[in-house]
Design a binder for this molecule. Structure first.
Ligand SMILES: NC(=O)C1=CN([C@@H]2O[C@H](COP(=O)(O)OP(=O)(O)OC[C@H]3O[C@@H](n4cnc5c(N)ncnc54)[C@H](OP(=O)(O)O)[C@@H]3O)[C@@H](O)[C@H]2O)C=CC1
Ligand SMILES: O=C(O)[C@H](O)COP(=O)(O)O
Length: 498
């Protein structure tokens, strides 16, 4: 159970503590933030509402801890990360329980998230040892006008203090995808977890604490993003921000100082289905891609663009699969569980009502109880409907019928987002042409969009983000190239020559 066993230190009374200077602390604010269980809509947990002074302290100790951590041998950093990964996996049950209660993630998926996170940490340790152990060696005489008098050695050095802000939907996995690269690269890390998902994050941080990382190297401050977010992101002690979430990221990028930003934001991933597609494969992928975790994935299929000639058959196949989805509480491991908050459910309902008013075809009856929304496929959606462009982040999927591939690509590229997309066809040549034409960070051929496996590059263009994630890219992003140039008095290849 949350806050029990090895986790007993992280809670006092009914409020979870925050983590600073290697210790679990109560905030001087005396205030707490409630975490509402999306299923019961009652307060499940409480976390500290940290103050600006506490943020200042965390930044100060992060700076000092980073100095000695950057001198810690790479293999030792890797060893600690492997240890943390093992502890995390060992305690997957209580952490997964938090995910069930805080964000209504289906029970099995919650366990998968924790195990995947442990694997991500281990892989990052190994990748870090490999890529940070390598540098470049350049000689000067390859550039016009130079003799061979300069030897240039490059290596990668840490940035300093990394601020990590993950979203609610993968609070543990999208936190460690920032923490592990930051640490292996020699940085310190300040985590601001999402409010929904904060308690799962605090448990995860305790696993790093148990692994024995130096004091102050990792900190975790809790509080509402709307209250402490700006103070954190504009803090002069931060040298890099790694953020995953919605439009908040766009606002952060406008306010942050001259520091590297890694932004993974929203998406409206399109699924283009051609006449020659394997329609069973497409239907299965659309249901999995559109409805897993109730559509609350940035990489969810968020609009289907299907050729008119196969649309009836595809819609029929998708509907047959939608009918089999189980709907209910996450504890029962249902496919469709309550969405994260009442405001999110209201937003989704707004999109559905707009589509209804504009005469979309409802393949199922719209049904909602509290935050639980039954899966809904909307056929014959047209571009004047909001659902054609906005991301519901819920179990509602629009189908737009198209008469040409160009029409599909045009719709995809007219979006403000450009995260992922997918195309279903048996013609690989066509698939490649479509992939090149789609303005998205990734295109999947004959499968639904997905971030994983976690070592693949993951990036969005336009409003979907800045930079690229994936283990290797994140490690590189959290480092800076340092060069040392050896200047020779005479060209190095002269000795021994006549
Ligand atoms: N491209 C990607 O990889 C992913 C994108 N997303 C996108 O994220 C959205 C849903 O996630 P959600 O968590 O609701 O996104 P939000 O943008 O609302 O929140 C993300 C994080 O930002 C914090 N935050 C809120 N306000 C501020 C602020 N002013 N300064 C700094 N941090 C702040 C939140 O804290 P708090 O919870 O306390 O408000 C949370 O930790 C969707 O749009 C989705 O597409 C989600 C996952 C992956
Ligand atoms: O937040 C998200 O939606 C994730 O980045 C998606 O991850 P997945 O595609 O591996 O589920």
């Amino acid at each position: 159970m949350a806050g029990n066993g090895v986790f007993v230190d992280i809670i006092e009374g009914d409020v979870f503590k925050y983590y600073s200077e290697g210790e679990w602390k109560k905030s001087a604010s005396g205030k707490s933030v409630a975490i509402i269980n999306p299923t019961t809509r009652k307060t499940q947990y409480k976390v500290q509402a940290c103050t600006q002074e506490e943020v200042n302290k965390v930044m100060e100790v992060a700076k000092a801890a980073q100095k000695s951590w950057s001198k810690t041998p790479l293999w030792k950093r890797a060893e600690l990360l492997h240890k943390a990964a093992a502890i995390l996996k060992e305690h997957k049950a209580p952490i997964a329980e938090c995910l069930v209660k805080e964000i209504a993630k289906p029970a099995k998926d919650a366990v998968t998230e924790v195990v995947r996170s442990g694997d991500l940490v281990s892989y990052t340790a190994e990748e870090g040892v490999r890529i940070l152990g390598e540098g470049k060696f350049l000689v000067s005489d390859s550039f016009p006008g130079n003799e061979r008098t300069k030897y240039c050695l490059t290596s990668k050095i840490p940035l300093g203090v990394i601020l990590a802000i993950p979203p609610f939907n993968y609070p543990v996995n999208l936190a460690v995808s920032k923490i592990a690269p930051a640490l292996i690269a020699g940085n310190s890390l300040v985590l601001k977890p999402p409010t929904q998902g904060a308690v799962a994050c605090l448990h995860m941080v305790h696993c790093f604490h148990l692994a024995g990382f130096p004091k102050g190297l990792i900190s975790c401050v809790t509080g509402k993003g709307s209250e402490i977010g700006d103070f954190l992101t504009m803090h002069p002690g931060v040298h890099c921000i790694s953020f995953t979430g919605g439009d908040t990221g766009v606002a952060i990028s406008k306010k942050a100082g001259m520091i590297p930003l890694q932004m993974e934001l929203g998406g409206k991933d399109a699924c283009i289905v051609l006449e020659d597609a394997d329609l069973d494969l497409a239907a299965g992928s659309i249901v999995k891609g559109g409805f897993s975790y109730s559509g609350q994935r940035c990489t969810a299929v968020k609009v289907v663009l299907v050729m008119e000639s196969v649309a009836d058959t595809l819609v029929e196949k998708v509907n047959a699969k939608v009918a089999k989805l189980t709907v209910g509480p996450p504890e029962d491991d249902c496919d469709i569980t309550p969405v994260v908050s009442e405001s999110s459910a209201n937003f989704i309902e707004g999109l559905v009502m707009d589509a209804k008013q504009k005469n979309a075809t409802f393949c199922q009856q719209y049904k909602r109880e509290g935050n639980l929304i039954w899966p809904l496929l909307l056929d014959n959606v047209r571009p004047d409907m909001r659902i054609a462009w906005e991301e519901p982040f819920g179990p509602v999927l629009p189908v737009i019928r198209i008469n040409s591939v160009e029409e599909g690509i045009h719709h995809c590229n007219a979006s403000n987002f450009g995260l992922q997309g997918c195309v279903f066809t048996k013609d690989i040549n066509k698939a490649i042409l479509i992939s090149d034409a789609m303005e998205t960070g990734t295109v999947q051929i004959n499968s639904a969009p997905a971030r994983g496996p976690d070592h693949f590059p993951f990036q969005g263009i336009k409003d979907s983000g800045i930079g690229s994630q994936g283990i290797t890219n994140s490690i590189n992003m959290m480092t800076k190239v340092k060069t040392t140039v050896i200047n020779l008095p005479t060209p190095s290849y002269t000795m021994g020559k006549l």
